[in-house]
Design a protein around this ligand. Structure first.
Ligand code: BTN
Length: 245
């Protein structure tokens, strides 16, 4: 991952760039990384926008071809990617990095980065996976909408070299991806759960317009969040459940 690196000054979104390159049949090897200094239409999960001050942060996308992954195990790729990013972040920031389900990157109770994976399915195979990663590195002022955002610089109190962090993330994502590919998924799953934010804590949630208190117990093989409430274990997908504060 990252052997083939394309550095752009400005682009709408590195995910879009990869998607268009694939649509134009541009031959791209697996592990290709597209990074951009600036995105003018960066995208996040839940139709959110992803804002990042030009030149300050990591915004990049990795092309993977997980054709070996059954469609009902798509979430395993999210697990592997999250694990890779956390391992890299831990090298820089120590053990406080967390994964907020499904794959937000947290440090303590603040959001350090996010992941947007877009799978391109053909028949029963994932032909291409576009793994978009945004990490707040040297930005120190965030807009109002991103009140709980934090950056590497705010934690270390000094600038961090973007290329060095990128290399670290690429290495660790590759290690995790190769584990996934060689069917050595157990350790990835275990690490993911161990790093899961709010695991086994009583927390407020909202689902179907109802608020309730529950405890995150697990993430099942389909990637559903398992929450215990009233001695019942209920599974939610990303659209169904909302975290309250
Ligand atoms: C989220 O937290 O909602 C996911 C954010 C993902 C942002 C990255 S930045 C690089 C790539 N290109 C995009 O347009 N989005 C992802």
């Amino acid at each position: 991952v990252g052997q083939n690196l394309v550095s752009l000054t400005e682009v709408d979104s590195t995910n879009n760039f990869l998607k268009q390159s694939l649509a134009n049949s541009t031959p791209l090897i697996e592990g290709t990384v597209i990074m951009a200094e600036s995105q003018y239409a960066g995208r996040g999960q839940r139709q959110n926008q992803w804002h990042s001050q030009p030149g300050k942060n990591l915004t990049f996308s990795i092309l993977l071809k997980p054709t070996f992954l059954p469609l009902n195990r798509q979430f395993n790729l999210n697990v592997a990617i999250s694990v890779g990013i956390i391992k890299a972040i831990e090298k820089v920031l120590g053990p406080n990095a967390k994964i907020k389900w499904p794959n937000d990157i947290y440090f303590g109770s603040n959001k350090l980065g996010g992941v947007l994976i877009e799978n391109m399915v053909q028949g029963s195979q994932i032909k291409n996976a576009i793994v978009g990663i945004g990490i707040n590195v040297n930005q120190t002022i965030f807009e109002d909408g991103a009140a709980n955002a934090i950056s590497v610089k705010q934690i270390l109190h000094k600038d961090y070299e973007l290329k060095a962090l990128l290399a670290e993330i690429c290495n660790e994502v590759e290690v995790a991806y190769l584990m996934l590919r060689s069917e050595n998924f157990e350790p990835l799953q275990a690490f993911y759960l161990q790093k899961l934010y709010w695991l086994n804590e009583l927390r407020p949630f909202a689902a179907n317009g109802i608020t309730f208190n529950g405890i995150i117990k697990d993430v099942n093989p389909n990637g559903l969040l398992c929450i215990e409430t009233n001695n019942e274990l209920i599974q939610y997908n990303f659209k169904e459940i909302e975290f309250l504060n």
